[in-house]
Design a protein around this ligand. Sequence first.
Ligand SMILES: Nc1ncnc2c1ncn2[C@@H]1O[C@H](COP(=O)(O)OP(=O)(O)OP(=O)(O)O)[C@@H](O)[C@H]1O
Ligand code: SF4
Ligand SMILES: [Mg+2]
Length: 437
Amino acid sequence: MSLLELDGLKVHFPIRKGILFDRVVGHVYAVDGVSLKVEAGQTYGLVGESGCGKTTLGRAVLRLTGITSGEVVFDGTDLAGLDDEAMRRFRRRLQMVFQDPLGSLNPRQNIESILAEGMAAHGIGADREERREKIKEILARVGLPADALNRYPHEFSGGQRQRIGIARALVLEPDVIICDEPVSALDVSIQAQVINLLEELQESLGLTYLVIAHDLAVVRHISDVIGVMYLGSLVEEAPSDALYAAPRHPYTKALMSAVPVPDPDLEDRRERILLHGDLPSPANPPAGCRFHTRCPWVQDTLCATDRPELTDTGDGHRVACHWTAGIEAGTLVRTRATGIEAVTETAAVAEEPEAADAGPAPDLVSGPEPPAPVPGVPAPAAEADPKLPVPGVLGGAPAPGPAGAPGAPPPAGPGEAAEGGHGRTTGGAGQPAADRG
Ligand SMILES: Nc1ncnc2c1ncn2[C@@H]1O[C@H](COP(=O)(O)OP(=O)(O)OP(=O)(O)O)[C@@H](O)[C@H]1O
Ligand code: SF4
Ligand SMILES: [Mg+2]
């Protein structure tokens, strides 16, 4: 059994209206039926556009958000069924590191007080002295000086604050750490240091991570398995290398096509798929396949009516698409203009209404006009330095120079580098998955 298993997890937030008569007029389907497994000692990377439900999923695992239905089985116990006191005991073993290192630290508490608080609450350390020794040990592990104990959060840089957030989780000796966008508020050079620190800690302490990010490049380097979320559910899941080498779901293909490639020649020639339209509201998700309003391969049958299940397509690859086989075999043609057609046919295509609509989707792809493709050049499988997260997959920034070597010392004091502050079927292989049995 896996250390952490989600089975059909749903979190629906009610939308209320009225002052005198409070009525529920709908729901935000933030997480809508997610099943996944996180193996002990491994890292599961969860990616997707802003608002697709990543944070809500993480919070639901810790029961910081109410669960509508489904199971969260941790070490054999379904957390969804626990009362508050039982859940409190489990919470020590499941910790969260938040995106905003400053916002998640109480500015009026010094670091010792912040770290000791949770320890005292969970009965870790016999007395203050013992807790202080433990805190010093953990601060050293995360690369912070011992005198950090008496300082306050505002006295640290963003990267150091994130180390404090990680230390706060570590002092409780957790089994699982959910890292919600652990580096997205940090300067690029500091991002690499924090990611490398997380990897080192995992190796030495045997930690299990669920890493949430909107940046595919960040999760690639740290994850064993990656799940891609779209509008509250997983559309694809695969071992990290397999997902990057050959994404199978149209949405993942689009995400991957936006990953910058370090090789300038390949970067110039790579295909970029720009999606049609905006991300629909999770309060009113499309029927059928939730991606059908934007999918470049959308078909006349099934897509708009039947919701595809996440189905194993071999090699541990799970994909939620009725037409995976046809798309893989190349027997299904794209039914919507994407960036690639727009570039290939240059100005002529730009005047077609469909192509005009097919501009970059918010948060998904930004940046310059996509380069012209070269026939036969597949979507990129970036061979970046595994220790070098490339930022901006959903934001489009190019790769920076190398930074943050493994084991690099923490940034020193106030002089540390500045933080970011913040359809048509054309062949037999195009059988819908449902028909393939
Ligand atoms: N407490 C809440 N009440 C109502 N709706 C909520 C609540 N929390 C989140 N949502 C909604 O649920 C959806 C998913 O939000 P969530 O924060 O999980 O997305 P996300 O993938 O983490 O996005 P981001 O990448 O921007 O952090 C959003 O539409 C959000 O507005
Ligand atoms: S089921 Fe249809 S709309 Fe959904 S991803 Fe597959 S081809 Fe696209
Ligand atoms: Mg979030």
